[in-house]
Write a protein that binds this ligand. Structure first.
Ligand code: NAD
Length: 424
């Protein structure tokens, strides 16, 4: 069972159970299987930061580089108390599968700092971020390992990492290194459409699923867990389809209204109050009631291990569209299947973020700036190709969509390893 072993349920063990299922079914070459079951580099940095009151606090940061056979390591940075080696290994590994599935020339990585950013001032947050980037040093790089936003990180954090990284470069290298991070502010070389890309991708895929299932999104109901970048955008972009948001949960609590919650107004509230709590004086509902809310679509867009043996039976929906990474564990998957709930698995469903990160990286390398329509059009076409492959593989092999997505990703990696061979 992989490299897991943390005290809370190991997320990396989930990855390995998913991996083993697909690898067995497709008879993945046993040697290549050994390589892909292991992360390549695991970097842990402990670094001091001066607080506003003059005292020093120590922080632990991580960067796990799972695989780079298809291209530079790529993956987000998370600022959260749950960040540890087990979680980051899992998230890095999912990034490898994701890039391989949607056919972009990136490998998989992930990182973060184990802390609660809300407990620090903006100036402290900047110093923590910059000191982390300094500690990583040349472990990241525009052609080597390219971070992006994830939970509790955003374009501002990327701008600080960029500035710190460039400050460590010789002056003549700086202008050709801005693609060291993606998800930057547009003025610093970010791409139009990157902020909404993950949510936009989820909505493109839901549209396609609805078409395939003869399901009318107009009048459909949906619930969303996590109302940050991914959940907030997905919720808002579903509104023009005439779908109705009936319940939302985030770290501050959960609210519900069968008549519908306006996602645009909720986003305004969240911007000011940092959570859904208190929106339109709605009462909070408890976690179980949230999960049991009857709706057509459920978009988990917060953290891992939300749909499990204990909670999957509560769900009363037709489709789970995984915005988050790893929201469903392997036991949860079995229950969803038994209940006949369709699944758009994370490695497909939230791939819009890394796809538009790839477009940002390309624009930076070529000194280009693409129109939003171009970014969105390319995103949609690439995602729908991957969707078609996953659907057709699942039908042909007679397996679930997650396993089908893994099989496509692993086949691509297997092919490349066979072509390149193993040094020496
Ligand atoms: P974010 O920080 O913008 O939002 C996270 C949301 O989750 C917040 O609304 C927060 O309140 C909520 N949350 C945290 N703990 C919770 C809890 N215990 N219960 C309910 N809600 C909780 O982060 P994000 O970028 O939207 O990322 C969300 C998920 O999407 C993560 O799994 C991330 O890895 C994945 N993802 C993000 C991107 C991206 O482009 N940002 C791309 C692909 C996947």
């Amino acid at each position: 069972m992989g490299q897991g072993g943390a005290q809370r349920p190991s997320v990396y063990d989930n990855v390995m159970r998913q991996f083993d299922k697909a690898a067995d079914l497709m008879k993945l070459d046993p040697d290549i299987r050994k390589i892909l079951a292991t992360t390549k580099n695991e970097i842990i940095v402990h670094f001091p930061v001066k607080m506003d009151d003059g005292t020093i606090e120590m922080f632990s940061g991580y960067r796990v580089q799972h695989n780079d056979v298809l291209g530079p390591y790529k993956g987000g940075l998370r600022f959260h108390p749950s960040v540890d080696l087990d979680e980051v290994r899992a998230l890095a590994t999912w990034m490898t599968w994701k890039s391989a599935l949607v056919d972009i020339p990136f490998g998989g990585a992930k990182g973060g700092i184990q802390f609660e950013p809300a407990e620090y001032s903006p100036r402290e947050l900047e110093r923590i971020t910059r000191r982390f980037a300094f500690s990583l040093g040349c472990s990241i790089g525009p052609e080597y390992d390219i971070p992006a936003p994830d939970v509790n990180t955003n374009p501002q954090i990327m701008a600080w990492i960029l500035d710190t990284y460039l400050s460590m470069m010789p002056p003549q290298e700086r202008n050709r290194s801005v693609h060291v991070v993606t998800g930057k502010p547009v003025g610093l070389g970010g791409s139009l459409g990157r902020d909404k890309a993950t949510g936009q991708g989820i909505v493109y895929l839901i549209e396609q699923w609805a078409k395939d299932s003869d399901f009318d999104l107009h009048g459909a109901t949906y619930t969303v867990q996590g109302f940050g970048n991914v959940g907030g955008w997905a919720a808002r972009l579903l509104k023009p389809h005439g779908a109705r948001l009936v319940a939302v949960e985030d770290a501050t609590g959960a609210i519900a209204n069968p008549e519908g919650i306006d996602p645009d107004k909720l986003a305004e509230h969240v911007k000011v109050h940092r959570g859904v709590r208190g929106y339109a004086r709605m009462d909070l509902i408890d976690h179980e009631t949230f999960l049991s809310t009857s709706a057509d679509l459920f978009i988990p867009a917060a953290l891992e291990n939300q749909i499990t043996a204990e909670t999957a039976s509560l769900l009363d929906v037709k489709l789970v569209a995984e915005g988050a990474n790893g929201p469903t564990d392997p036991d949860g998957d079995l229950i969803l299947e038994e209940k006949g709930i369709d699944l758009l698995p994370d490695v497909l469903c939230n791939a819009g973020g890394v796809i538009v990160s790839y477009y940002e990286w390309l624009q930076n390398k070529r000194s280009e700036f693409w129109e939003l329509e171009e970014v969105d059009g390319k995103l949609q076409r690439r995602l729908l190709v991957a969707y078609g492959r996953v659907r057709d593989t699942a039908r042909r092999v007679g397996t679930d969509w997650r396993t089908a997505a893994y099989m496509i990703a692993l086949s691509r990696l297997e092919r490349v390893y066979k072509e390149r061979g193993i040094f020496p």
